[in-house]
Write a protein that binds this ligand. Structure first.
Ligand code: Q9C
Ligand code: ZN
Length: 371
């Protein structure tokens, strides 16, 4: 399988995020992508290539151009406004209750983007967990190029291809970044496929978290079906979207399929959910599926609460590929660094119908014992 990778992700050089008012060690770090790259190289069955530049048009086809401009200048504004921080995190977010009683028209006329960069980050941001640094914009643009180059491989005839996107994308909505995501790599690709082929496209999101951004972007669209398996938002980020009752509206009615799972979900629970998701994909025409691939469903993930093992990723990859559709597979989350490479190898080998034999990882076994 071809793997698309760019070292430009290293520019999004993060070591701290904010969580409920305090600074904690960052989860979404460069080591994640490097672990996966190294494991796929060691496998021998994967060929790595650089992305090609696709320009800004595919991004602004999905995102508000003003969000793109904010992300482009945010770090220089932090410096220009002499804000003494190692990364940008918002001051104030516009909670919808702030505007209660105002008409949509009044909100549209009167509420505006502030000039203070802490206010601007609140205007465009979802949460304080997406630290923005000097190289974030360039890395986010590179992740989109990685995703679109992976798409090109599949449009040119590959059955499967994998884009090692970093930063991830599925929490980014049309006019919002957040949840470690800046541009929605999978949504940009799904839209580009639908536009260039005229076919319907399905997105299968198997990250632990609900992809609120992808759901928002395609909520009213009949040409792109979004199917997500994730932690119930009652207990997990992004908290306010991801319920089973969210099924889409207008042309998109019935095209949004959310499958929330309980804490402690096992391999068996996950395979059952996978079969439901596969059935939902099979119910829509089209020959290409975009996979938002996350490994924060793993039992040892520091921010998830599922109990999955490496072997189930092989089986999920196998079942998804058995649909007989071509797969554009894009990396989203997954924060237990020692297991990321093996979990990616397992999933991708499954998707190619190949067997999976675990390779040793220094200092780590699946049970968590240091050897
Ligand atoms: N204690 C993705 O997996 N909340 N994003 C973190 C940490 C934000 C996850 C809380 C989680 C965002 C792409
Ligand atoms: Zn996630």
């Amino acid at each position: 399988m071809q793997v698309v990778y760019s070292p430009r992700h290293l520019a999004h050089d993060i070591d701290t995020e904010t969580f409920m008012g305090i600074a904690i060690p960052a989860n979404e770090v460069a080591e994640r992508a490097e672990r996966i790259r190294t494991a796929l190289e060691a496998d021998g069955g994967f060929t790595s290539m650089d992305p090609t530049a696709h320009g800004e048009a595919p991004i602004t086809a999905i995102h508000d151009e003003r969000l793109v401009r904010f992300l482009e200048v945010a770090w220089s504004e932090v410096r220009a406004q002499a804000i003494p921080r190692a990364f940008l995190s918002a001051d104030t977010y516009p909670n919808i209750a702030m505007f209660e009683g105002m008409s949509p028209d009044a909100i549209e006329r009167l509420v505006r983007e502030p000039s203070h960069v802490g206010g601007r980050a609140g205007f465009w941001g979802l949460d304080s967990a997406a630290p923005l640094v000097a190289g974030t914009y360039d890395a986010a643009c590179a992740a989109v190029d990685v995703a679109l180059t992976t798409m090109d491989l599949v449009l040119d005839g590959a059955t499967t291809a994998y884009g090692l996107c970093r930063p991830p994308g599925h929490h980014a909505a049309r006019s919002m970044y957040g949840g470690y995501c800046f541009f929605n790599n999978a949504a940009i690709v799904a839209h580009a496929i639908a536009t260039s082929t005229g076919e319907r496209v399905s997105i299968l999101d198997v990250d632990y978290h609900h992809g609120n951004g992808t759901q928002q972007i395609f909520w009213r669209r009949g040409d792109i079906r979004y199917i997500s398996i994730h932690a119930d938002p009652a207990r997990a980020y992004p908290y306010f979207l991801g319920h089973a009752e969210e099924t889409g509206e207008g042309d998109g009615a019935g095209e949004n399929v959310n499958i929330p799972l309980r804490a402690g979900a096992t391999d068996a629970d996950y395979l059952e959910a996978t079969d439901r998701a596969i059935e939902a994909i099979g119910g829509a025409p089209g020959s290409i599926v975009v996979v938002s691939l996350g490994f924060d469903t793993y039992g040892l993930d520091p921010i998830g609460d599922f109990a999955l093992t490496t072997s189930v990723y092989h089986e999920v990859g196998r079942r998804v590929a058995a649909l007989g559709r071509r797969l554009v597979i894009l990396q989203e989350g997954g924060y237990h660094r020692p297991s990321l490479g093996e979990n990616a190898r397992a999933w991708l080998r499954g998707a190619e119908g190949r067997s999976f034999e675990p390779l040793p990882v220094a200092g780590f076994t699946e049970q968590g014992t240091v050897v």
